[in-house]
Ligand binder design. Structure first.
Ligand code: UT7
Length: 327
């Protein structure tokens, strides 16, 4: 028998950052001469505006602002952080990792491990789950877990089927060792057979870009897959914790399309009001969307301490995952 008290992990702070002013659909459509309309984008996706990082602003810059805000809420100094995980598919460089750059920008010199997680729109669920396992093992006590993306850099602005969907931003949480949960259950999945329905199939090869360096998506295939696996993985973590969907205070899903969010909430039998929705103002910010939505709902007072939250995402790979927690 293990006589040691079980170590749990709990979110102690949240933060987020969106670059610049919101850019509306009509403005974007006019700027790129797209055959599209504000009405089409709103009716098919719910998206009205998104934020786009200016040239010279990198994902690590967005991550830095979000991290400072999360640390501030947690009452922690950068030097308290002993683990940094950044979920991103749009890193500043091939290497070093965005997490290592973030560590340097935060002035952290304590040797804390820092690494990126690449699971596209499921990246934050992956990163949070990994951090939880580090903390529960007893090896680390104060993790900074970030989702940061500049998807505007990988969009083909002539592809109306994708370029209107995405935005830039970052969200962060501080996850700390605690005597009580905290994170109640998590589940991560991937099925690489579906790698071609959402991808950026390009490479750097001897100084040349080969393949296609832009985001390509079979929207309908992604849509169907997303609705199916988001409901499945939600039930998986609820079952693992012995809870029912009716006990959830908030669903905080990856923000890709308001129709996917509504369909997922409906499948879980949750009222639409219990689903945090930011996609209309943020667009799809990939790994950043869940912590951005969480931080917004924490700061506007909707999410309260001790409430039950289900965070879940789905994205390229294909990957998907969920984290059930007591906030
Ligand atoms: O974050 C990872 C996950 N990503 C997602 O979850 C995205 C999932 N997919 C979706 O959200 C939706 O499938 C989309 C928003 C991408 C597309 O909506 P849809 O209702 O599935 O439309 P569709 O792809 O079936 O396209 C319908 C029509 C097509 O024209 P035709 O072939 O019927 O003549 C498209 O060419 O809409 C056309 N279309 C557009 N029209 C105006 C596609 N994009 C646009 C556009 N403006 N921006």
């Amino acid at each position: 028998m293990n006589s040691q008290a079980m170590i749990h992990s709990r979110i102690t702070g949240t933060g987020s950052y969106l670059p610049g002013d919101p850019v509306g659909n009509a403005e974007l459509i006019a700027a790129h001469g797209l055959e599209s309309s504000d009405e089409w984008v709103i009716s098919r996706t719910g998206i009205r505006t998104r934020h786009l990082a200016p040239t010279g602003t990198a994902g690590s810059d967005l991550a830095l602002e979000a991290s400072r805000r999360a640390l501030d809420m947690a009452g922690r100094a950068p030097a308290d952080v002993d683990l940094i995980i950044v979920a991103t598919s749009t890193p500043d460089y091939i290497f070093p990792s965005t997490a290592a750059l973030l560590q340097s920008k935060l002035g952290i010199t304590n040797g804390a491990p820092a690494f990126d997680v690449q699971a596209v729109c499921s990246g934050f669920a992956y990163a949070l789950t990994i951090a939880e396992k580090f903390i529960r093992s007893g090896s680390h006590k104060c993790a900074l877990v970030v989702g940061a993306e500049v998807f505007s850099r990988i969009l083909d602005w002539q592809d109306r089927g994708t370029c209107v969907l995405f935005g830039d931003g970052a969200g962060a949480v501080v996850l700390e060792a605690a005597n009580e949960p905290g994170i109640l259950a998590s589940a991560l999945h991937a099925d690489g057979r579906h790698n071609n329905i959402l991808s950026v199939p390009g490479q750097l090869n001897r100084g040349q870009v080969t393949g296609d360096p832009f985001l390509r998506m079979d929207g309908q295939a992604v849509f169907k897959f997303a609705v199916k696996v988001l409901a499945e993985v939600a039930h998986e973590v609820l079952d693992a914790a012995g809870m029912s969907a009716a006990q959830l205070d908030w669903l905080v899903p990856h923000q890709a399309n308001v129709r996917i969010l509504q369909a997922t909430a409906k499948k879980l039998g949750l009222p639409a009001e219990n689903c945090i929705v930011t996609v209309e103002r943020h667009g799809n910010t990939s790994a950043a969307s869940i912590p951005l939505a969480l931080d917004e709902a924490v700061r506007d007072g909707r999410v309260q301490r001790d409430q039950h939250l289900l965070l879940e995402g789905v994205g390229g790979g294909f990957t998907w995952g969920a984290v059930l927690l007591k906030f």
